[in-house]
Design a protein around this ligand. Structure first.
Ligand code: TMP
Length: 209
């Protein structure tokens, strides 16, 4: 299948744990590949050796981490994946899909941990090398449904309180409200195929499908 011409495209998938974003990221990856696009699927934190090691530290329930250290570790993991994977891939014309990016830090560390939002956002610019996603999906879902979708064994972040996740969810909604052009709210309580129909609708506005 001939490759359609397109500008570099960076798409991120966001939402609280259990919202179903990872499944949708994989479906999007397969869909775009089937349409002949060169696509890369990454996850944050992760997708490089250093970033995966940082992920292990961050998610380990036995580790006690201060809020600022947590913030800096997420940004450090981001700086690594951006320099090693995202920037080179975008330069080579690959469509980059990332399961979480800096909106997660705004929502979890900014709103969830109640850190200063301006300070948090200023770190994104450094870590993300000024790269801004072209399109971001925020998968919105009520907490009971999200919690029921998670496995029984929770990691350090997943074991935070209900109030924490309420703030994180509200944080994602505020991001979506403030950046309407870039960030699209998706109703993640719908069946998987319906959720994916919504994604395809937004994708078709960016690239030829
Ligand atoms: P994942 O389970 O979606 O792979 O993400 C790992 C966990 O890290 C998840 O609970 C969300 C959290 N997280 C943050 O708190 N801040 C961030 O910046 C990122 C990328 C993830």
């Amino acid at each position: 299948m001939a490759l359609a011409k397109h500008k570099p495209l960076f798409i991120t998938f966001e939402g609280i744990d259990g919202c179903g974003k990872s499944t949708q990221a994989v479906m999007t990856f397969q869909y775009l590949q089937a349409h002949g696009y060169k696509v890369k699927l990454l996850r944050e934190p992760g997708s490089t050796i250093v970033s995966e090691k940082i992920r292990d530290i961050l998610l380990d329930k036995k580790t006690k981490i201060s809020d600022i250290t947590e913030l800096l570790l997420y940004e450090a993991a981001r700086s690594e994946i951006t320099a090693q994977e995202i920037q080179p891939a975008l330069k080579s014309g690959t469509i980059v899909l990332c399961d979480r990016f800096y909106d997660s830090t705004t929502a979890y560390q900014g709103f969830g941990r109640k850190l200063d939002i301006r300070m948090v956002k200023s770190l994104h610019k450094v870590a993300a090398l000024g790269i801004v996603p072209d399109l971001t999906f925020v998968f919105d879902i009520d907490l009971p449904t999200a919690f029921s979708r998670r496995g029984k064994k929770t990691d350090r972040l997943e074991s935070q309180s209900k109030a924490f996740f309420q703030r994180v969810r509200a944080g994602f909604m505020e991001i979506a409200r403030k950046e309407r052009r870039r960030v699209k709210r998706i109703d993640a309580a719908q069946p998987i195929d319906k959720v994916f129909d919504d994604i395809k609708k937004y994708l078709s506005k960016k690239i030829k499908l």
